[in-house]
Design a protein around this ligand. Structure first.
Ligand code: PEP
Ligand code: MG
Length: 578
């Protein structure tokens, strides 16, 4: 039994499918003379990183298994230093004026073929070593990890050290019944994705990927955050029973589709859905979401060699807007960077991507790309109730810059006599401490706020949201976070604008009474959580929630807050009947 972070509820029982090797869709692009040196440097840096990785594995094997077994890694290191690989790749870059990963792919292909065709068996065996080394090398070069996803042809639980958002997005969904990763926390994108796909997941298991092999039987308990490998019949029977119980309870919740989110004393709230892909709007409807509180549009851009056209985006936004009616759909502009990258953009690797050219920053530095999206959103606004939202806004100047580009996009459409909603609400995510602290200023120039706690917590507490080693610091109940949320709500309400929350804190029933008591207007969560959130709200009392919030805000330590929440938080609501 392994214990990790419960990332997506439900119980999955199935065979393990390991994902670890590189399988990337690589694109060739032209590199100007002046940039060739940069490609060489990227290659050299990736060589260094790969040798360090192999050296570390060698040491580990030497210590845990023995020096003889570790010797194979010397051969790996030799391959990395071999001019047949490195010099040939560099020559290829120069000759073809192409990117390093494409050149590496081509050189590897030729090299592996040469070895495979050898009459010497020893040489033929080396072909596999070359593939192994170069796939690690490629991973360092592209900064991605991926696996042989195309091989999946039966229902499996996927086990990986890490999964990138683009990997999870490209998996054959009908085949994956569970996710397990070594790294990550509740708000890493694999966890969010798993919740929206309704696939049980446990993350942050440290090194489980080193303890299982393809074909092992695995139980994933996404509620308790536990994983059992090759369970005996008795344990298996226990989990099968729990699985059945969960499915039945979930079925009951789905029946709550039509009910409103109103507290016992008549205080009405909105429960909307977070979408990552346009198709998820159907799930949102199925679970009775009152519109879309966050459409993460970046997923339209992932896993493809070219950027989505204005037309394609327009169709996606229009579909979501129309299907959301009579409710609104909040479309968030591109949030790329952090842990999500676009291959066509070819942005340089950053030391601190979460603090780098991410989201609105990237859009403001690629105005043409930004305008394509803005025009698509504006055009779609004619067909439903779209609200537009900018992510990662750090302050008023950045907001004004984003609005200026929006005005240009509007002017272009007006000039072409293309219709759009002239009264479309404009809002921003409050996910940077600087935005939370200046919420009173920002509130004067937008129609709504949506609090993005996933980032707000990581930036406020300086605790990487995807790093399980600092997960103990990543706590929504830290008084600093609660003060920021309270301040944002007060500033917004002072300016008579409404506030939603689309970060994961909004999905946790334990938090519901506190958030209601602080004055939150809208909750937005993955579609499958909508019914339980409504059920929770319906079991609460607004007046009592306000008292709870007052008590909590008087606390000086996280521990004190947690004690109060344990006693009076909303977790009990899920067991109650409405
Ligand atoms: C957030 O930061 O809380 C949020 C909803 O945005 P994302 O998870 O997409 O960064
Ligand atoms: Mg965010």
């Amino acid at each position: 039994m392994y214990k990790g972070v419960a990332a997506a509820p439900g119980i999955a029982i199935g065979k393990v499918f390991m994902i670890g090797q590189t399988e990337l869709q690589l694109r060739k692009y032209k590199v100007a003379d002046a940039q060739l040196e940069k490609e060489m440097t990227r290659l050299d840096l990736a060589v260094t990183a790969t040798s360090q990785e192999i050296e570390a594995i060698k040491q580990k094997v030497a210590k845990e298994v023995g020096p003889k077994e570790a010797a194979i890694f010397n051969a790996y290191l030799h391959i990395l230093e071999d001019p047949l690989l490195i010099t040939a790749t560099k020559d290829w870059i120069k000759k073809e004026h192409c990117n390093a990963e494409y050149a590496l792919q081509e050189t590897t292909r030729q090299l592996v073929q040469q070895f495979m065709e050898s009459s010497d068996e020893y040489m033929r065996e080396r072909a596999a070593d070359i593939s192994d080394v170069t796939s690690r090398f490629m991973r360092h070069l592209t900064g991605q990890t991926a696996g042989p996803l195309s091989e999946i042809d039966e229902e499996v639980v996927v086990v990986a050290h890490d999964l990138t958002p683009s990997q999870t997005a490209s998996m054959p969904r009908d085949k994956i019944i569970g996710f397990v990763t070594d790294v990550g926390g509740r708000t890493s994108h694999v966890a969010i994705m798993a919740r929206s796909l309704e696939i049980p997941a446990v993350v942050g298991l440290q090194d489980i990927s080193q303890h299982v092999v393809n074909g092992d039987m695995m139980v994933i308990d996404g509620i308790a955050g536990e994983v059992v490998v090759n369970p005996d019949a008795k344990i298996l029977a226990k989990y099968r029973q729990a699985q059945q119980k969960y499915v039945q309870a979930n079925r009951k919740l789905k029946k709550m589709k039509g009910v409103t989110a109103v507290t016992k004393d008549g205080y009405r709230l909105t429960v909307a859905a977070n979408l990552e892909l346009p198709e998820e709007i159907r799930q949102a409807q199925k679970y009775g979401a009152e519109g879309v509180g966050l459409f993460r549009t970046e997923f339209l851009y992932l896993n493809r060699p070219e950027l989505p056209s204005e037309e394609e985006q327009f169709e996606a936004y229009r579909m979501v807007a129309q299907q959301s009616l009579p409710y609104a759909a909040i479309v968030r502009t591109l949030d790329i960077g952090g842990d999500k990258f676009l291959s066509p953009l070819n942005t340089s690797k950053e030391m601190n991507p979460f603090l780098g050219l991410r989201a609105i920053r990237l859009c403001l530095s690629h105005v043409d790309l930004f305008k394509v999206q803005l025009r698509a959103i504006l055009r779609a606004s004619h067909f439903g109730k779209i609200k537009l939202m900018f992510p990662m806004i750090s302050g008023i100047e950045e907001l004004r810059s984003a609005k200026a580009v929006l005005d240009e996009a509007r002017a272009e459409l007006t000039h072409k006599r293309i219709s759009y909603d002239k009264n479309m609400e404009i809002g921003i995510m409050i996910e940077l401490p600087s935005a939370a602290v200046t919420a009173d200023i920002l509130a004067k120039e937008v129609d709504f706020f949506s609090i993005g706690t996933n980032d707000l917590i990581q930036y406020t507490l300086a605790a990487d949201r995807v790093n399980e080693k600092v997960a103990y610091l990543y706590n929504p109940l830290h008084p600093a976070i609660l003060r920021l949320i309270k301040g944002v709500l007060e500033a917004a309400h002072h300016e008579r604008i409404w506030v939603g929350m689309c970060g994961e804190m909004a999905s946790d029933p334990l938090m519901t009474p506190l958030l209601i008591g602080l004055g939150l207007d809208e909750f937005s969560t993955v579609p499958a959580f909508v019914p339980q959130l409504k059920q929770c709200i319906r079991s609460l009392n607004f007046a009592e929630s306000k008292d709870l919030a007052e008590k909590v805000m008087a606390c000086t330590t996280t521990r004190d807050v947690e004690d109060i929440m344990e006693k009076h938080g909303g977790h009990a609501c899920l067991d109650q009947k409405n």
